[in-house]
Design a protein. Sequence first.
Lengths: 157, 157
Amino acid sequence: MTLTSEGGSPRRTPRSEEPAVWRMLQRVQVRAARLLEADLLTAHDLALASYDVLTRLAETPDGRLRMNDLADQALLSRSGLTRLIDRLQRDGLVEREACTSDARGLYAVLTAAGRTRLAEATPTYLRSLRARFLGVLDDDELRQCATTLTKLLPPPP
Amino acid sequence: MTLTSEGGSPRRTPRSEEPAVWRMLQRVQVRAARLLEADLLTAHDLALASYDVLTRLAETPDGRLRMNDLADQALLSRSGLTRLIDRLQRDGLVEREACTSDARGLYAVLTAAGRTRLAEATPTYLRSLRARFLGVLDDDELRQCATTLTKLLPPPP
DNA sequence: TCTAAACCGGTGCGCGTGCATCCAAACAGG
DNA sequence: CCTGTTTGGATGCACGCGCACCGGTTTAGA
């Protein structure tokens, strides 16, 4: 990584707005996460990370995902996911199931109770998201936001 | 808060992109925070939260801020800030100073060592921010991003 | 085939955080 | 002036997370 401007997308010259943008992004994310979690917690006794994991599982055709993949999607370390699945399993929302093709592997599987709980919580989640966070953006801004965030996602893999 | 569309900015109808936008925002923020923190930690043994606090103090004319205000700016609970200042004080980067006008109050004050450490770390911080995060945006996108985030900031105060 | 390396998930441990609580100081109302 | 309430900051405690490491399994290379 040189300091000369040799083509490519990443800029090298400092721009004064960058720290401000980063600060705002942090604030917005932390604030939204706290509000969302508070709503989910009071209404459904469900932490945000738990809701996220249940959602990822539900998006899968058969409601199951390898622990490793789930950890990546949930932005959790492998040990972190182990504990989270422990809690969800204790609450009967998911189960662990052995992987036949790889004896090391485990699936986290959504239970019927898990599906029900997720279905109950989703309206709260969507409403909260809209009412306390993204509602202030019009459709254009929302789309703009989506494309910008997409660029930011895996910066230069 | 009704469900009818009675003027005002917050939308009430669900939009399918909202969850995706929120997920991306989370990913981007968490990822950037981890990369930034890793860089600061390896290069200057400074956690991101510590850097943030030092920055806020340095932006102040006399390098001091009330604990309460600092907690708000740093997105920390009051107890969280107490501990963080404990650590920074132990490392000699800040000091606590009594507030003359309010005997309950305390100032966190940047020391000379704190200023030095911040000055050393800032180039790393700015470079990291640019190289691993905001560099992929051109100037227009960055400005757009700033205005959108501004709208999102204190949703409906 | 046999061995070394990579990988999957779990565990021990320490750290940073928030919540509930506490104490002292400040303010409000009588 | 005295009392009840509010505010600023600190502390006990529990929780969730990441890191280092481990045992078991799979894969790659000689």
